[in-house]
Design a binder for this molecule. Structure first.
Ligand code: GLN
Length: 188
């Protein structure tokens, strides 16, 4: 099982280390044709607008085809890229998961913080860095992790696609990456 990590920009190396620690063979994806070699893909955090620029039109189209067929997990900027609808400002999405997501939604005061949320019913440390907020969750989307008094959705899944607004690669807890590897392995 080969897992790609999109390595154009952002914190791809932390994902690589985590996935290798869990026994996956990792490919750092820098060229669109490398998508043909992998069974699943992680799109890391970074700056989603910069990802779009670096991908270019051809890369974006190839990635769009991939995420509609193969398991993909996006964190933070990666979650923004996967969304159907992006706000603040509006920007193209890969339309792989039926959510509306608002970039840089927490304002200056708490733009980056470590908070405790819930993964299912279990507590989970969550690192937020200039995080987006999931403002709408479509009917076919499962909320797999929440945070805050209002139980805001911070990790979601629709079929083979997972997205998290926090950075599980920066905490010691391996459960989120493990659940993505299970998804790639079993399709569930
Ligand atoms: N603020 C970034 C964006 O809008 C995401 C931040 C991150 O990935 N840590 O793309």
């Amino acid at each position: 099982m080969k897992i790609g990590v999109l390595a154009l920009q952002g914190d791809f190396d932390a994902h690589r280390r985590r996935l290798e620690e869990l026994g996956a063979e990792v490919v750092l994806v820098k060229k669109p044709e490398q998508l043909d070699e992998i069974d699943g893909l992680v799109i890391p955090g970074g700056e989603s607008g910069t990802f779009l620029k670096l991908l270019g039109e051809g890369g974006f189209e190839k990635l769009k085809q991939f995420v509609h067929v193969k398991p993909t997990f996006g964190t933070c900027a990666g979650a923004i890229l996967l969304a159907n609808e992006v706000e603040n400002p509006k920007q193209s999405g890969l339309c792989a998961i039926d959510i509306r997501i608002r970039r840089n939604a927490y304002g200056r005061q708490i733009d980056s913080s470590i908070r405790e949320g819930r993964f299912g019913k279990e507590p989970l440390e969550m690192v937020f860095i200039r995080a987006p907020k999931i403002e709408r969750v479509g009917p076919d989307v499962d909320v797999i992790a929440t945070e805050g008094m209002g139980n805001d959705p911070v990790a979601v899944r629709q079929g083979r696609v997972m997205a998290a607004t926090f950075h599980p690669e920066l905490s010691d807890d391996t459960r989120i990456h493990q659940s993505f590897l299970d998804l790639v392995r079993n399709g569930s």
